[in-house]
Every structure is written in structure tokens, then in C-alpha cells.
Design a protein around this ligand. Structure first.
Ligand code: ATP
Ligand code: MG
Length: 225
């Protein structure tokens, strides 16, 4: 069977993922603030744009930086990236729903972050309603990945659970269910680490160290995890 991976443009991530992210499914990069989620999104977009693929990039935190993109790729390749800024959860829904009507053939869809506007909307009593909405948006993204045979990349914030001190994904089971690939980005004293938390065909728990440089997520020379 043909292995349908798309290079992330990052050597350590491609090594970890044995070639890159999968077509047809949602890959979710999750981790604390500053762990490298947006850098990963920009780097993957730059890689796809460099090979003339169109990228739809839904930006919920105004964190896409053309300057950062140009450091990693070249400014000319920005013309292949269609950035849509959204500022509330309804707009995010609209942006996701309008992906299928785009006239460009897409090679990648990015939503950075999937849950920041969701988190703003949850306020106690309405959790199940907002969870349903999140699930519908993820279902739509999953359908696009499958029907267009492209990778979808989302990012996810985390929080520490009061009960057991464990790191939890914002949105909890909903994004976990819809993401066929979960990659945790974290930072220890010595190094940044990417770890496979869930994958359809790769061993969970595998890790790779990396550093963030002008060129994106790169191998860390110290060899420390
Ligand atoms: P948030 O949850 O707040 O959105 P994030 O996981 O998206 O965080 P990023 O924005 O991807 O995190 O990563 C920020 C980190 O990347 C910072 O530590 C910043 O110093 C580092 N960084 C950004 N550009 C460069 C660069 N050119 N060289 C080295 N490090 C960089
Ligand atoms: Mg970010």
C-alpha cells in the first residue's frame, strides 16, 4: 500500500513521523504556550507552498506571521497561502464550512488554534452545546481531509487537570477522538521535545528533540532529549 505522507519541512518531525503527516486525516499538535505549535503550522505551510500547493490557513489568534513564513520559506511562496482571520467561534465555523467552496484546489488546511475560541465560548452551563459545535467543525475538517485526500493540521491548547495533575487537551475527548494523529510539543530545561501520543501506524511514546531556529523546527545538535 502506498504510504501517503506529506513532509512537514522539519527534519526532526519527519523523522519522528516516518516521512511526515498523513493525508486524509487530522493531525493535532498540542502543547503549552511557546511549545512551537504555530511554528510547526507555519513550517508545514511553507513546505507545502514551496511545492506549489495551496494552503488554507485559519488563524484564530492572529499568530500567523508573514515575516516568520518568509524566514522559513521565501516571501514569493506566500501567494499560495490563504490566511483567514477569525475572531469568534461562529466565524471559525463559517471559515471551515466555506473551505469546500474555495476555487483553489487545496493541498493543506491548517486551523491554529482549533480551541482558543471554543474555550472563550464555554462558560459553565453551555458545555455540551459548545462541545457539539466543536465536534461538528472537526467532523467537517475530517470529511475535507478524506474527500480531498489532503492533510489537515490543527493545534490544541492544554491545561493541567485539578484531579490528577495530568496535562489535558482543551476540549478533551472531542479533539482526541477526531485527531488520528496527536503530537505533543513540550519544553524541558534541556530541550524541546515532540512526542507521538496517538497514531494509526506508529508507536506511541516515540520522541524526538528539536530546537526552534530561523529555519523552523530543526534537529538539536546537543543530542539531548
Ligand atoms: P501559543 O500557545 O502561545 O500560541 P505556540 O505553541 O504556538 O504558543 P510558537 O509561537 O510556535 O508557540 O513558539 C514560540 C517560540 O518560538 C518562542 O519561544 C520563540 O522564541 C520561538 N521562536 C520564534 N521564532 C524564532 C526564531 N526565528 N528563532 C528561534 N526561536 C524562535
Ligand atoms: Mg501559537
Amino acid at each position: 500500500m502506498e504510504v501517503k505522507r506529506v513532509s512537514t519541512g522539519s527534519k526532526p518531525l519527519d523523522t519522528l513521523l516516518e516521512g511526515g503527516i498523513e493525508r486524509g486525516v487530522i493531525s493535532n499538535f498540542y502543547g503549552e504556550s511557546g511549545s512551537g505549535k504555530t511554528n510547526a503550522c507555519i513550517q508545514i505551510s511553507a513546505e507545502v507552498a514551496s511545492s506549489h500547493g495551496n494552503v488554507a490557513y485559519i488563524d484564530t489568534e492572529a499568530s500567523f506571521s508573514a515575516e516568520r513564513f518568509a524566514q522559513i520559506a521565501s516571501e514569493a511562496e506566500l501567494e499560495n497561502v490563504f490566511v483567514k482571520d477569525v475572531t469568534d467561534f461562529q466565524q471559525q465555523k463559517g471559515a471551515i464550512n466555506s473551505l469546500q467552496a474555495m476555487e483553489q484546489d487545496l493541498e493543506l488546511v491548517v486551523v491554529d488554534s482549533m480551541v482558543s475560541l471554543y474555550r472563550l465560548k464555554v462558560d459553565g452551563g453551555n458545555a455540551s452545546e459548545v462541545n457539539n459545535e466543536l465536534s461538528e467543525q472537526l467532523s467537517k475538517l475530517s470529511e475535507i481531509a478524506r474527500n480531498q485526500d489532503i492533510p489537515v493540521v490543527i493545534t490544541n491548547q492544554v491545561y493541567t487537570s485539578f484531579d490528577d495533575d495530568e496535562l489535558e487537551l482543551v476540549g478533551s475527548d472531542v479533539p482526541k477522538y477526531w485527531s488520528k494523529c496527536l503530537i505533543q510539543l513540550s519544553e524541558s530545561q534541556d530541550s524541546r521535545v515532540a512526542e507521538i501520543a496517538k497514531h494509526r501506524s506508529l508507536e506511541e511514546g516515540q520522541k524526538v528533540g528539536f530546537e526552534i531556529t530561523d529555519n523552523g523546527l530543526q534537529r538539536n545538535d546537543s543530542g539531548v532529549f
